[in-house]
Design a protein around this ligand. Structure first.
Ligand code: IMP
Length: 193
């Protein structure tokens, strides 16, 4: 019987766990915090994606004592000086993503430079060593909300090579080009090296 290595995904964000799980399927036994029935209040108040991911990876390793993947990610909009960036999850926190996306489109009304990118910092920590991997995906803020797939800002993240928003493409298509897909493939290549 093939015994797969266990990895804990240190995230309470169900969408991120789902995406990482989909991408590691068949390669690793992916556990989430729900599987371990554990949770810890981690303060993600650092100034960089890597630092935040590192804080999460170490906190969850201390709890579970199995190798951990932590991801910190966000959407940076050039016109807003690369904000919300690391603050993406906290930006208009008490509003739904539909409301947040609507707000961004209002703020970007008539703005020509719509350049935006997603960043994903992934940290793998096995209790001894910590490894960092970055994935970036460039696109634009769409003119209108479109699509129902994905999560978060995907309905307003227009990806020119496919001519669609991330919410209009399938999960498989997204994984091939997304910030999370890029970072995770680097991480897996490292684990398999
Ligand atoms: P984190 O859990 O602190 O890393 O929060 C990341 C936040 O960035 C998410 O809650 C979303 O608002 C945004 N984000 C990161 N990756 C994606 C993505 O793939 N699609 C849409 N929004 C994303």
């Amino acid at each position: 019987m093939l015994i797969m290595k266990k990895i804990l995904i240190a995230s309470t964000n169900k969408n991120k766990v789902r995406e990482i799980r989909e991408m590691l399927k068949g390669k690793y036994e992916v556990l989430s915090l729900a599987d371990l029935d554990c949770d810890v209040d981690v303060k993600e108040d650092a100034y960089t994606f890597i630092e935040n991911a590192s804080i999460k990876a170490r906190a969850y390793y201390d709890l579970a004592k199995i190798p951990v993947i932590a991801d910190d990610s966000g959407l940076s909009i050039a016109y807003f000086n690369e904000l919300p960036g690391v603050h993406s999850a906290r930006f208009y926190k008490n509003y739904s993503y539909f409301e947040r996306n609507t707000k961004i489109l209002e703020m970007m009304k008539d703005i020509k430079d719509r350049t935006a990118h997603y960043t994903c910092a992934m940290v793998y920590y096995d209790g001894e060593q910590e490894y960092h991997f970055i994935g970036e995906c460039y696109g634009e803020i769409a003119q209108k909300i479109a699509g129902e797939n994905g999560f978060g800002y995907d309905p307003i993240f227009y990806y020119p090579p496919l001519g669609k928003t991330f919410a209009e493409i399938s999960a498989e298509e997204k994984h091939k080009v997304s910030h999370r897909g890029i970072a995770l493939r680097k991480l897996v290549a490292h684990l398999e090296a």
